[in-house]
Write a protein that binds this ligand. Sequence first.
Ligand code: 5GP
Ligand code: ZN
Length: 117
Amino acid sequence: MPKCIFCSELEREIIVENELAVAFLDKFPVNEGHTLVIPRRHMENFFEASMQEIEAINLLIFRVKDVLDERYKPDGYNIGINVGEDAGQTVFHLHVHVIPRYRGDVEDPRGGVRNIK
Ligand code: 5GP
Ligand code: ZN
């Protein structure tokens, strides 16, 4: 039995993958090209990942950037992980958000991932 939506979801547009991790487009993107990088193994959050899984995820983040740069030509990125419900996590399978940013997509981008609204 699949444990969660990211373990069970069959329909997803994969951007890049390797042995331990996979990157696919977010279904409800905050910006064009919003991508999630997840370990293949189910775990709730970042702090449960092995160093090999962290490395696999990090390698994919770089490859995701290359693909998104080519496809969407963003002007910047926000890269972040929500750990726990109180930090905004809604899907409890570790995922790293790679969010392309475009000049003018918000009025004042200062603060970036530090923005808590
Ligand atoms: P969180 O809020 O847990 O950090 O992020 C969960 C992310 O998963 C959100 O950005 C949300 O849009 C995305 N998401 C939720 N359900 C699905 C789904 O079924 N497919 C995909 N590709 N992304 C999803
Ligand atoms: Zn899972």
